[in-house]
Design a protein around this ligand. Structure first.
Ligand code: SAH
Length: 297
């Protein structure tokens, strides 16, 4: 008998019940449905309402129980995106209506994903909830791009950061001098737009322009693209890279030469291939898309 993919044997795995009136904050991983946890599949199979973010891959939403309400947290009937308090209020309201509420977020809910804020709102409202971790793009994306996050010869530390606030307007900005000196491998989220400024600051802090760097776009999906360059050139080279994208800076990028690519797309390495020869791919992420220009080291 063929068993539908979203039905797992929750009893033999010892998974908890998804009770009515509860909210599960679940990480959906970076895109490939194969990276969903058993708990995430379990929740998808049982949720009454799935409140999801733009970064949740459409293939994952298709795993929701037939009859579950799918609610895009970013859009409501064409109206502008609701703010964070609105989303938290919606989760609380749905839970109080007795729904099993699955709050589904890309990657890990608590890595640059505001899962912490939502969990705190639920806790404050007395709504029972659970946090289910997911594979964050900065880990899953690197693995699929053949870039080990750590290697004994290159780094015994990793720094995850967001470029979103790098203009210094939020949280007082980051100490880029300290990051340049103290972080052998940097994994940047939401940083494509700010990349020229970030690169400038890292080089001002002593990072060498020849240091390898990579941009991984749409990681772990069929449209994954990996652009390999150097710190000095990555900002210009990635001008046309597609979002969502993870940027990795550090010697570990070089190891990809020996490892290759593990993305679902067989055509995701296009080193030095002229633009016209690149394969067109099935672009599965619903966002604005222009082709990247891949380089080799
Ligand atoms: N909670 C998410 C991150 C949300 S912030 C996680 O843990 O992965 C959004 C940023 O995540 C994007 O701007 C991008 O930098 C990164 N991202 C998420 N999914 C990605 C993907 N499939 N490929 C590349 N980057 C991704």
């Amino acid at each position: 008998m063929v068993r539908p993919m979203n039905l797992i044997d929750s009893a033999s795995l010892g998974l908890p019940d998804f009770e009515p009136g509860h909210v599960w904050l679940v990480g959906a991983g970076p895109g490939d449905p194969g990276l969903l946890s058993a708990l995430a599949l379990h929740a998808l199979a049982r949720a009454d309402t799935v409140v999801y973010d733009a970064l949740v891959h459409p293939r994952i939403l298709r795993l929701a129980r037939a009859g579950a309400a799918l609610d895009h947290a970013g859009k409501r009937g064409g109206r502008p995106s609701p703010g964070q308090p609105d989303i938290s209020a919606r989760l609380i309201r749905l839970a109080r209506e007795g729904k099993r509420v699955l709050r589904l977020k890309g990657g890990d809910p608590c890595v640059f994903g505001r899962g912490g804020e939502e969990a705190m709102a639920l806790a404050a409202a007395g709504v029972p909830f659970r946090i289910v971790p997911g594979i964050t793009a900065g880990i899953g994306g690197l693995a699929y791009a053949g870039i080990p996050l750590t290697h004994r010869d290159t780094n015994s530390a990793v720094t995850f950061l967001t470029g979103h606030d790098s203009d210094g307007s939020a949280h007082g900005g980051l100490d880029w001098q300290a990051i340049a000196r103290g972080a052998p491998v940097l994994v940047l989220y939401m940083a494509l737009r700010q990349l020229p400024r970030i690169v400038e600051r890292l080089m001002a802090g002593g990072r060498k322009p020849e240091e390898p760097a990579a941009v991984i776009s749409k990681a772990t999906t069929a449209a994954q693209r990996v652009l390999v360059s150097t710190l000095g050139e990555i900002a210009e080279a990635s001008a046309e890279s597609e979002t969502p994208a993870i940027i990795v800076i550090g010697e570990v990028v070089r190891l990809r030469e020996q490892l290759g690519d593990f993305g679902p797309a067989k055509d995701s390495i296009h080193r030095n291939k002229p633009k016209a020869q690149r394969n067109e791919v099935d672009l599965e992420f619903p966002s604005q898309l222009t082709p990247a220009v891949p380089l080799s080291l």
